[in-house]
Design a protein around this ligand. Structure first.
Ligand code: SD4
Length: 378
């Protein structure tokens, strides 16, 4: 080997050695806290040249996507821009990500829309039943499932998280807790749009989730009321929000009235921690929208965060979760939508969906935009 090549080889080897020594040094807290299996995988990913910084709990900022300066908030769909505006009021004053995501979810619940809050579409028996969840930077979490009569289920979820020993309350028990904690019990009624939609649906009673209803072109007067699709059908929407605050902490929230015309008692992914929402303050946060059953089957957001822990960028992690859903039954997957969004600890944002047309909104000091996610089917 010529001298110069030998010299270069020695320099590269030395650099790699120093790099690995740093990562494996006993004082590396992430390495020390890993289980034996995690350490083995970690060493394997190092050997394979996978992004080592991410494996060590620091996301792959700069390698796979641009990092947004914090604070930053990301929400599902076009309507996420309005949810982000509510979150931004908190974040821009150095408020916490937890307060920000709660405000984002509440703003969606307060809007008249087909698919979040009490004006959302009912189940097939004519009842509006709500699911919501919230998770903070310390892995505290709370959720409500199958809740009726309450305008802001996300705040009930937060109250459960902060005031009880539990994580999830369901149905009547959740309602009782909400009322005891000062939430107003509103009468069960359908908004005029929801009533009309339900009666129309009853004519055929066919449960057919519609892809990208959330961004349907034909909207009634309200700002986020995509009640009618071209063919007259209606379906779903969910507000999932994840935020990184100025202190560098992550939180997330997710709220929905679920799939329109679902069976009475059906619960989707949105209130299931690890399915519709997951936060790990060392790694990132993720949330989802679409057909919840498919997300629950793969523990979608937990999967995304674990992939990010071991070096995947947010976008790649979302893409892998989508791939697992699709490849389970490709021909079925051609007919439904699932979209994921994720943010890393350093503010790298990514998303991926099954079908085209899934959008997400990003807001920080310099950005306020809605972006179309890459998709499995082109
Ligand atoms: C659910 N994932 O209940 C929710 C529905 C949804 O956009 O996301 N709609 O399955």
């Amino acid at each position: 080997m010529p001298d110069s090549a030998l010299h270069l080889k020695m320099r590269v080897t030395k650099r790699l050695y120093t790099h690995h020594k740093l990562l494996f040094a006993p004082q590396n807290e992430y390495y020390l806290r890993m289980s034996t299996t995690d350490r083995r995988n970690f060493i394997r990913s190092a050997a394979l040249g996978l992004p080592l910084l991410a494996a060590a709990g620091v996301t792959a900022q700069g390698r796979t996507g641009k990092a947004f300066q914090r604070p930053v908030v990301v929400s599902t769909w076009d309507s996420g821009i309005r949810a982000n505006a509510a979150a931004w009021k908190v974040l821009s004053k150095n408020g916490t990500a937890l307060d920000a995501v709660e405000q984002a979810a509440r703003s969606a619940e307060d809007e008249v829309s087909c698919c979040v809050g009490l004006d959302g579409f009912p189940d097939r028996d004519g009842y509006v039943t709500l699911d919501a969840s919230i998770m903070d930077d310390k892995a505290n979490c709370g959720s409500v499932v199958f809740l009726e009569h309450i305008k802001n289920p996300v705040s009930v979820a937060r109250r459960i998280m902060e005031k009880t020993e539990h994580v999830i309350l369901a149905g009547d028990g959740a309602l009782q807790f909400a009322v005891e904690n000062g939430f107003e019990r509103l009468p069960q009624r359908l908004s005029p749009e929801a009533d009309e939609a339900w009666k129309e649906w009853l004519k055929k009673s066919e449960y057919r989730p519609v892809v990208n209803l959330e961004n349907a072109p034909k909207r009634p007067k309200g700002p986020s009321t995509p009640t009618n699709f071209e063919d007259g059908t209606f379906n779903h929407d969910t507000m999932g929000t994840i935020a990184l605050d100025s202190a560098g902490n992550l939180s997330g929230a997710c709220t929905t009235s679920g799939m329109a015309f679902k069976m009475h008692g059906r619960v989707g992914d949105s209130p299931v921690i690890g399915a519709g929402l997951f936060v790990d303050n060392k790694v990132g946060a993720a949330t989802s929208s679409g057909v919840g059953e498919e997300v629950v089957r793969i523990c979608g957001t937990h999967l995304i965060i674990e992939l990010m822990r071991f070096g995947y960028s947010p976008e790649k992690a979302c893409a892998e979760a989508v791939r697992r859903i699709v490849e389970r039954d490709r021909s079925r997957a051609e007919k439904f939508q699932v979209g994921f969004i994720a943010i890393s600890k350093r503010g790298v944002v990514g998303a991926f969906s099954i079908q085209k047309g899934f959008t997400y909104s990003v807001t920080n000091e310099t950005t306020n935009e809605t972006i179309e996610a890459k998709s499995y089917f082109k």
